[in-house]
Design a protein around this ligand. Structure first.
Ligand code: ANZ
Length: 812
C-alpha cells in the first residue's frame, strides 16, 4: 500500500466504530479474573447523569482510562468500573422545570450517557455499572443506616440548620459558600432554621481521620482534610460566676491565664439570659437579636470591627481570684469549644482590639524579646518567658501550657482538652429525590428502625415532588402511613431523605457485585479486588466525598465488613478543565463544550489525546478547541506509518533501536507518574523520526520499531493502535499484549565522546549526551580542566562545532 492509498482510506470515524463493535463483540473489556495476575482496582469518580457527557467528563475519565490500559498491559488484572450518581437536587430541579418525573429524566439521561461513554473508547467494564437511584442500590444505604444506628453512629437531634429558601432544603456546612453564605447550587442567601435532623457521628473518627500514614494521597488533600478536622489542643477551665454557678472556657493558651482580663460568651449561649443584670437586659437583648441575623463567616471575619455588650456579670479568674467582666460578643461562636472564652488581650489579636475599644486592661503575661515592661502596641502572639504570672514567672510559656494545666487539674478547676472544628455529618434532606430514611415513628414505641427484612423502603414514584418547604414525602399519605414494626399500631414514616454523599461514600464496594442481595457487596469479590488501588478525581472533593468515604470505610471495618482502614490506597487529583469563559466547565454554569462535534470531525482518539496533551493533567486549564487539529494530524501521520515500503537499508539501525528504547522508557515513566502530555510529546517526536527514516532501515528493524511504537501508543489512542496492529498483520488485540520492555544498555550507550580542540590542537575528550545541543557541547568543553589553561587570558574569537564529533575554539 502506498501512503496515498492509506491517506484516502484513513477515516477515524470508520476506524473507531469498527473497533468499538469488535471490542464489544469479543468482550475485550470484560474484567480479567486471572488469579495469577496481581490486581489493580482503578477508579474514576462516577459522573452525575446531567444529560450529556461533555468535555468536563472526558477530561477526568479518558486519562484515567489510559492509565488503566497501561496497567493492564503491564500484566495486572484491572477492574475499571463506571456508574451514575443518580440521586440529588439537579435531577429534581430539572424535573420540576420541565415537568418530567425525576426518575424518567434521570434514566433517560443515563441511557444517553451510556452510549456516549462507549464512544470514548474506554475499557470500562459496563457489566459492573451501578445506578444509585435504583432500589437495589439505595436499599444498602438504608441497611448501612440501620447498622450505624445500632452502633450509635446515627442519631437525631433538633439542630439549627442552614436552609436554602429557594431550593427548600437544608444544606451541609460545605454546601454553603462565599462570605455572604450562599447556596452552592443556586446562589440564594442561606438562612438558619431549627429542625429535627439525622446526623452521622463522623466526629468519633476525627483522630483516626487525621492519620494519613496508610495512604499515598496528594499533600494538598491531606492538608485540606487536616484543616477541616481542625484539631486544637489546650485546656478547659472553669470560671466561677457568683450568683450563677460556673462557666467553662476552651483555650489553646492556658499559659496566658493570668492575663485574662475579661470573659466572653457567645450571644446565643444559654447562660446569657441568666447572668445578665436587669440594668443591662435591654441592651443585651437587642445585641443578641442582631447577632442572630449574622452569618458565621461575617462573625469570624478578622477584619470586621469587634462588637459586644457588657452583661453586668463577673467571672472569677481561678488563677488569681480577680473579678473580670463578662461580655456577650459575636466573635465567639456557640458551636465551637464551650461557646465561651477567657479573653487575653495582650496575646490575642481579637481580644486586643476588643479591649482597646471598651477600655479593658491589657496585661502582658508572656514577655516579648527585649521587653522592659512597657505597654504593648499590639497583641504579642510569639513565645517567651511567662511574667505577671505569680509562681510561673520565668518559665518558658511553651512549658507553661502544661504546667498551668496541671496546676488547675490539681485544684479541680481545669483539665487538658482537645477540640475539633469537624462537625457531625448532617444527612437529612427535605427533598424527594433521595434515599428514604428507614425509620418509623410510633405513639407507643417512639422511634423504631425499619427491620432489615423490610428493606428497601421504596421511594414512591407517584409522589408530588414540587418543593413546598416541607419534605415532599410528608404530602404522600400512602408513603408515610404505615404500621409500627414493634406493636403493629398505626405509625408514620420518616419523610426526610438522605444526603447524596451517602451514595458515593461506598459505591466502590457496590461495583464489585451490583446485583448482589446478600449484603452491600459480595465478600468473595471483595477479597479479589479491595481496596481501590488508584483513585482519580478532583481536589474539590477533599473535604466532603473524600473525607466521608474514609469515614465510611472505617465504620465498615468496625462492622467487620472489610479488613483494611482506607478506601483508596493512592489518589491522583486531576486539574479542572475550564470552559471557554474561564470558569469551571459544568452543566450548571452553562459553559460546557460538546465533545460530539470533535468526535464526529476528528474521532475520539484525537479528543482523548488532545485533552491529555494540553498541559500537565494535575493542572487543568482552559479549553481551546483549535489545538485539536495538530493532534489529529499526529494521529493521521502515525497511522500512515503502517503503509510500509521497500527498504533500502541505508539508515543507522542502531539509532532506531536507541530511539525506540528511549521512547518506551519515557512513556513508561511518564504514565507511572500521570504525565500524559510529555509522553505524547515523545510519541509525536518518534512519529516524525519514523517517517523520516522509513524505507531507509531494514525490514526487521523497522517492523520491530513500529510494533513497539504501536504498543506504547495503545493506551492513548486505543482505536488507532488497534487498527495499526491489525494492518501490520498482528493477532487481535493490541490491548492484550504485554507492555514492551526496553534495553537500558541502549540508553546508556547514548553517551558520545566529543573531541575538544584549541586552535586545532587536541586538548581533551569529553563525554556528552548523544543528543547534545551546540550550546551544551561548548559549555561542557569550556568546563574541561584540560582545556581551560589553554584559554586563560585569551579571547575566544570563534568556536566551531561539528555535531556529535568536535568542538574547536579559535583564540587570539
Ligand atoms: C485564651 C487565649 C489567649 C486564646 C491567647 C488564644 C490566644 P483554635 O486554635 O482555632 O482552636 N476560642 C475558643 N472558643 C471559641 C469560640 N467558641 N469562638 C471564638 N473563639 C474561641 O482557637 C482556640 C482559641 O480561640 C482559644 O484560645 C480561644 O481563645 C478562642 F493569647 O483562649 B484562646
Amino acid at each position: 500500500m502506498s501512503e496515498a492509498t492509506v491517506k484516502k482510506e484513513y477515516n477515524p470515524g470508520t476506524i473507531e466504530r469498527r473497533w468499538q463493535e469488535k471490542w464489544s463483540e469479543s468482550g475485550l473489556y470484560k474484567t480479567d479474573e486471572d488469579p495469577q495476575k496481581p490486581k489493580h482496582y482503578a477508579l474514576t469518580m462516577l459522573p452525575y447523569p446531567s444529560g450529556d457527557l461533555h468535555v468536563g467528563h472526558w477530561y477526568p475519565m479518558t486519562p484515567s482510562d489510559t492509565r488503566a490500559r497501561f496497567m493492564r498491559m503491564q500484566g495486572y488484572r484491572v477492574f475499571f468500573p463506571i456508574g451514575f450518581d443518580a440521586f440529588g437536587l439537579p435531577a429534581e430541579n430539572a424535573a420540576i422545570n420541565r415537568g418530567i418525573h425525576p426518575y424518567k429524566w434521570t434514566m433517560s439521561n443515563i441511557e444517553n450517557m451510556r452510549g456516549q461513554l462507549r464512544q470514548m473508547g474506554t475499557m470500562f467494564d459496563f457489566d459492573s455499572e451501578i445506578v444509585t437511584c435504583l432500589p437495589e442500590y439505595y436499599r444498602w444505604n438504608q441497611w448501612f443506616f440501620l447498622k450505624f444506628l445500632e452502633k450509635g453512629l446515627a442519631y437525631r437531634k433538633e439542630a439549627p440548620v442552614d436552609w436554602c429558601p429557594k431550593d427548600n432544603t437544608t444544606l451541609a456546612r460545605e454546601q454553603v459558600i462565599g462570605p455572604d453564605r450562599r447556596c452552592e447550587r443556586c446562589g440564594t442567601p442561606v438562612i438558619k432554621k431549627n429542625l429535627p435532623q439525622w446526623l452521622f457521628k463522623i466526629t468519633d473518627y476525627a483522630d483516626e481521620l487525621l492519620d494519613f500514614s496508610k495512604i499515598d494521597w496528594p499533600e494538598r488533600v491531606e492538608t485540606l482534610q487536616r484543616n477541616w478536622i481542625g484539631r486544637s489542643t489546650g485546656a478547659e477551665i472553669a470560671f466561677d460566676v457568683p450568683g450563677y454557678g460556673s462557666l467553662e472556657v476552651f483555650t489553646t493558651r492556658p499559659d496566658t491565664l493570668f492575663g485574662a482580663t475579661f470573659f466572653v460568651v457567645a450571644p446565643e449561649h444559654p447562660a446569657v439570659e441568666k447572668i445578665t443584670t436587669p440594668e443591662q437586659a435591654d441592651e443585651v437583648r437587642a445585641y443578641v437579636e442582631s447577632a442572630g441575623r449574622m452569618s458565621e463567616i461575617d462573625r469570624t471575619d478578622v477584619t470586621r470591627e469587634k462588637t459586644g455588650v457588657f452583661t453586668g456579670a463577673y467571672a472569677i479568674n481561678p488563677a488569681n481570684a480577680e473579678e473580670i467582666p463578662i461580655y456577650a460578643a459575636d466573635y465567639v461562636l456557640l458551636g465551637y469549644g464551650t461557646g465561651a472564652i477567657m479573653a487575653v488581650p495582650a496575646h490575642d489579636e481579637r481580644d486586643f482590639e476588643f479591649a482597646k475599644k471598651y477600655g479593658i486592661p491589657i496585661r502582658t503575661v508572656v514577655a516579648p524579646p527585649d521587653w522592659s515592661g512597657e505597654a504593648l502596641e499590639e497583641a504579642y502572639t510569639g513565645e517567651g518567658p511567662m511574667v505577671n504570672s505569680d509562681r510561673f514567672d520565668g518559665i518558658p510559656n511553651v512549658e507553661g501550657k502544661k504546667a498551668v494545666t496541671e496546676w488547675l487539674e490539681e485544684r479541680g478547676v481545669g483539665r487538658a482538652a482537645v477540640t475539633y472544628r469537624l462537625r457531625d455529618w448532617l444527612i437529612s434532606r427535605q427533598r424527594y429525590w433521595g434515599t428514604p430514611i428507614p425509620i418509623v415513628y410510633c405513639q407507643r414505641d417512639g422511634m423504631v428502625p425499619v427491620p432489615e427484612a423490610d428493606l428497601p423502603v421504596l421511594l414512591p414514584e407517584d409522589a408530588e415532588f414540587t418543593p413546598t418547604g416541607e419534605s415532599p414525602l410528608k404530602l404522600d399519605p400512602d408513603f408515610y402511613n404505615t404500621t409500627c414494626p414493634t406493636c403493629g399500631d398505626p405509625a408514620t414514616r420518616e419523610t426526610d431523605t438522605m444526603d447524596t454523599f451517602v451514595d458515593s461514600s461506598w459505591y466502590q464496594y457496590r461495583y464489585l457485585s451490583p446485583h448482589y442481595d446478600g449484603g452491600p457487596f459480595d465478600p468473595e469479590e471483595g477479597e479479589k479486588w479491595l481496596p481501590v488501588d488508584q483513585y482519580t478525581g478532583g481536589v474539590e472533593h477533599a473535604t466532603m466525598h473524600l473525607l466521608y468515604t474514609r469515614f465510611w470505610t472505617k465504620v465498615m471495618r468496625d462492622l467487620g465488613l472489610v479488613d483494611f482502614d482506607e478506601p483508596m490506597t493512592r489518589l491522583f487529583n486531576q486539574g479542572i478543565i475550564l470552559g471557554p469563559d474561564g470558569e469551571k466547565m459544568s452543566k450548571s454554569r452553562g459553559n460546557v463544550v460538546n465533545p460530539q462535534d470533535f468526535v464526529d470531525r476528528y474521532g475520539s482518539d484525537a479528543l482523548r489525546c488532545f485533552l491529555m496533551f494540553i498541559g500537565p493533567w494535575n493542572q487543568g486549564g482552559p479549553w481551546d478547541g483549535r489545538g485539536i487539529e495538530g493532534i489529529a494530524r499526529f494521529l493521521r501521520r502515525a497511522h500512515s506509518l503502517v503503509a510500509g515500503s521497500d527498504s533500502s537499508g541505508t539508515a543507522d539501525p542502531g539509532e532506531l533501536g536507541r530511539r525506540t528504547a528511549r521512547l518506551v522508557k519515557k512513556v513508561t515513566e511518564d504514565l507511572q507518574a500521570f504525565r500524559f502530555n510529555t509522553a505524547l510529546a515523545a510519541l509525536m517526536e518518534q512519529t516524525n523520526y519514523l517517517l523520516a527514516v522509513r524505507g531507509e532501515v531494514g525490514d526487521d528493524e523497522w517492523t520491530e520499531a513500529l510494533r513497539t511504537f504501536v504498543l506504547v501508543l495503545a493506551p492513548f489512542a486505543p482505536h488507532h493502535a488497534e487498527d495499526m496492529w491489525a494492518l501490520m498483520g498482528l493477532p487481535y488485540s493490541v490491548h492484550e499484549q504485554a507492555w514492551p520492555p526496553w534495553d537500558e544498555r541502549l540508553i546508556e550507550e547514548e553517551e558520545i565522546t566529543l573531541v575538544v580542540q584549541v586552535n586545532g590542537k587536541l586538548r581533551d575528550r569529553i563525554e556528552a549526551p548523544a543528543d547534545v545541543s551546540e550550546d551544551l557541547a561548548k559549555e561542557l568543553a569550556l568546563a574541561s580542566a584540560k582545556v581551560r589553561p589553554h584559554l586563560e587570558g585569551r579571547e575566544i574569537r570563534k568556536s566551531v562545532y561539528v555535531p556529535g564529533r568536535l568542538v574547536n575554539f579559535v583564540v587570539g
